[in-house]
Design a protein around this ligand. Structure first.
Ligand code: UDP
Length: 328
């Protein structure tokens, strides 16, 4: 079975390619390398460099390769940046998915597993968050992902393209052998920034607001281990291959940690002081996001294996210590 992985050179995509190859799938990767890293793609995967918005390029790849299913990670994914540059987010994410669905329809590819986000919900009215909650995104990133989900819903009705949208909470950590990990430029995510501070690459961690309505005033997020998250994608592929209906699942650990709690956990793991100071709030940040992943557990049979936050941070720390300059 050949799986087309869009955005397979990114942080999450590269871990997916790695697991798929180890499970014996043939893997074809498309990535424009705008934010991804060529070195992160498993050597057994076939790689085409190009943009998913380039329809001719997409058609050429699909003429050459026989693809059974698609996993779609190719998107811009920063909340803060999306507030500044909404049109870039709609262009890359929505227009990109439009082309992906057009070529899937043209080439008769019927299944897509799609990387969605908890940001589709906006500020939640109940906790933990379940898939039946209203979606009311508070930033263009979340809005673009919700639009992508809706495009898939209508393409299912019209063309029978089946999809699973996986709404990620905060994806964290690195492969257990530290051979691949998280390398963004610029880095905006909490765990890598904390660990870069621990390595002395940054003067301090800036905590974005301590006046939220949470016990310690800092934002609460639900961190899910990257290898567990990818296992859910493989379970979702299996679910679609068995002919099941399109569906939406949250992927999280059902536990929330505040920014200050993450900092404390990282201090323990790294045994470093890690200076920090409180800065103003970042635009577009909800105060608390914690998943209920019951639905993925019941329907996909998904069970996260690494749920201890220190263990997750440790895998990221091993990656940062062994790759202090990322993939360079
Ligand atoms: N955060 C922070 N300082 C940083 C980076 C992130 O305080 O330098 C906070 C951010 O406001 C959010 C949490 O850490 O509440 C997780 O942010 P991240 O960007 O990692 O993921 P997001 O929740 O935006 O997807």
């Amino acid at each position: 079975m050949a799986i087309l992985v869009l955005g397979g050179a990114g942080y999450i995509g590269s871990h997916a390619v790695d697991q798929l190859v180890h499970k014996g799938y043939q893997v074809v990767v498309i990535d424009n390398l705008q934010t991804g890293h060529r070195q992160s793609i498993h050597e057994k995967a076939k790689f085409y460099q190009g943009d998913i918005r380039d329809k001719k390029f997409m058609q050429e790849v699909l003429k050459k390769e026989t693809i059974d299913d698609v996993i779609h990670f190719a998107a811009s994914s920063l909340v803060g940046e999306s507030v500044e540059k909404p049109l870039e987010y709609f262009n890359n994410n929505v227009q990109g998915t439009q082309i992906v669905l057009e070529v899937m329809e043209e080439f008769g590819i019927k299944n897509i597993v799609f990387s969605s986000t908890a940001a589709t919900y906006g500020e939640p009215k109940e906790m933990p968050m379940v898939e039946t909650m209203a979606t009311n995104p508070e930033n263009p990133y979340g809005e673009s992902k919700l639009m992508m989900e809706k495009m898939m819903k209508w393409c299912d009705k019209a063309y029978g393209i089946k999809y699973v949208a996986l709404r990620y909470f905060n994806v964290a950590g690195a492969k257990s052998d530290a051979s691949i990990g998280e390398d963004h430029d610029p880095e905006t995510h909490l765990i890598p920034i904390i660990l870069q501070t621990a390595l002395g690459q940054r003067a301090y961690l800036g905590i974005y607001g301590d006046d939220y309505d949470t016990p310690d005033g800092t934002c609460i997020r639900d961190y899910v281990y990257i290898e567990d998250l990818i296992a859910a994608h493989i379970a979702a592929l299996d679910y679609l291959q068995k002919g099941n209906e399109s569906n939406v699942f949250n992927l999280g650990s059902n536990t929330g940690y505040s920014v200050k709690e993450m900092l404390e956990a990282a201090r323990e793991v790294t045994n470093k002081e890690i200076p920090a100071k409180v800065l103003p709030r970042r635009q577009g940040d909800p105060s608390k996001l914690v998943a209920s992943s019951e639905k993925a557990k019941v329907i996909l049979g998904w069970q996260p294996k690494v749920t201890d936050i220190k263990q997750i941070i440790e895998t990221a720390w091993n990656w940062h210590v062994s790759h202090p300059k990322g993939y360079e």
